[in-house]
Design a protein around this ligand. Structure first.
Ligand code: 13P
Ligand code: SF4
Length: 348
């Protein structure tokens, strides 16, 4: 069974039963739920203060988690916040590789993740042994790893990057050096196109959520919303063919290919009032909250990362209350992984 199937299994056991008939007292039940949630939120706030903790949340987290977090952002922003916080404990509401990155950057802090099962299909698409073999086949090549990788893979890398700074990092590497880029094939192909880099090998990994996006989904939505600006994450499977279509038909829309944070920023600063959003649906919460007068249309509302949705208020509460689950990385491994991560955090 692959990690994707596993996440479905975990999620389905947590799913609330769907009511087929009219509930007897829906209003009272809703009030109770709201009261329980409010009390949970109060407790989380008290525990956060008591533990001198900071709560970091990725842009794909459920709205309740985003709303209680001290900082919400993309992989790069979260790593930067972790690096500079003075809090004693970092509770990382995101997926495991993100919490690992924080733990490497902050060896003196306690890093907690509310659910250890919150993995990433993209990070799982390469391991350190596979990377070592690939490096042997390309002696002297520079390894650029996307941040969506395990700490063991990072430790074998020269640079880490996020979708927010991948182009700049590749451009910073001398052109006579061969580059091994991993693990996302769509992000890698896009960087190759944007930078015009010739000697760049790309690992064939993908994220199951973004790989499912097809170019027809984009063109269909743009037909429906002819005034909309398109915001697209570079992990999307639709990206390369869509950009080719765009080259053949320049009358198509203004399009911005960027990280989740880049999308949120563009939504605020653009003059457009409608946006088609091609990434995981969790990002819509922040976009709508920060831009109440604008309209955000998901490319497909079912584009959901089950791993990101594993973190709930209940698990965040337990994490702070019971000091679970610590993300501990062996010193030697953390020391090796720190250099490529620090390069990532400093180039933006
Ligand atoms: P960002 O770094 O753009 O937030 O993306 C992380 C991620 O996991 C996208 O799927
Ligand atoms: Fe990983 Fe994809 Fe989920 Fe991002 S959306 S965390 S790349 S599985």
């Amino acid at each position: 069974m692959n990690s994707q199937d596993k996440s479905h299994e975990v999620l389905s056991s947590e799913k609330q039963p769907v009511l087929k008939s009219t509930p007897i007292m829906p209003v009272a039940a809703d009030k109770l739920k709201k009261a329980e949630q409010d009390s949970l939120i109060d407790d989380i706030k008290k525990l956060r203060q008591k533990c001198q903790a900071i709560i970091l949340a990725h842009n794909y987290q459920i709205p309740e988690i985003q709303d209680i977090a001290d900082f919400v952002g993309d992989s790069l922003g979260l790593a930067q916040q972790a690096a500079k916080t003075e809090a004693k404990t970092i509770v990382f509401c995101g997926v495991h590789f993100m919490a690992e990155t924080a733990a490497v950057l902050c060896p003196d802090k306690r890093v907690l993740i509310p659910d250890l099962e919150a993995g990433c299909s993209l990070a799982a698409s390469i391991n350190a042994d596979q990377l070592r073999t690939w490096k042997k086949e390309h002696p002297g090549a520079i390894v650029v790893s996307y941040v969506n990788t395990s700490v063991e893979v990072k430790a074998e890398s020269d640079y880490c990057c996020t979708s927010g700074n991948a182009v700049k990092i590749v451009q910073a590497i001398p052109t006579d050096k061969e580059i091994l880029f991993l693990p996302d094939v769509f992000l890698g192909s896009w960087i190759k196109k944007v930078t015009g880099r010739k000697n760049m090998e790309i690992w064939m990994g993908e994220c199951h959520v973004h790989a499912a996006m097809r170019p027809e989904m984009v063109t269909e939505k743009l037909k429906q919303y002819p005034q909309a600006e398109l915001l697209i994450h570079p992990e999307c499977g639709c990206l390369t063919p869509f950009l080719d279509q765009l080259a053949d038909n320049p009358a198509l829309k203004p399009i911005k290919v960027t990280s989740t944070e880049g999308m949120v920023k563009e939504a605020s600063k653009s003059k457009a009032t409608q946006f088609v959003v091609a990434t995981e649906e969790g990002i819509l919460h922040r976009m709508r909250k920060e831009n109440p007068d604008k309209t955000f249309i998901p490319i497909a509302p079912e584009m959901t990362c089950q791993f990101m949705k594993m973190i709930t208020l209940e698990k965040l509460h337990k994490s702070l209350r019971d000091d679970v689950y610590p993300v501990i990385i062996e010193k030697e491994l953390a020391d090796k992984a720190r250099r490529p991560i620090e390069r990532m955090v400093s180039i933006f």
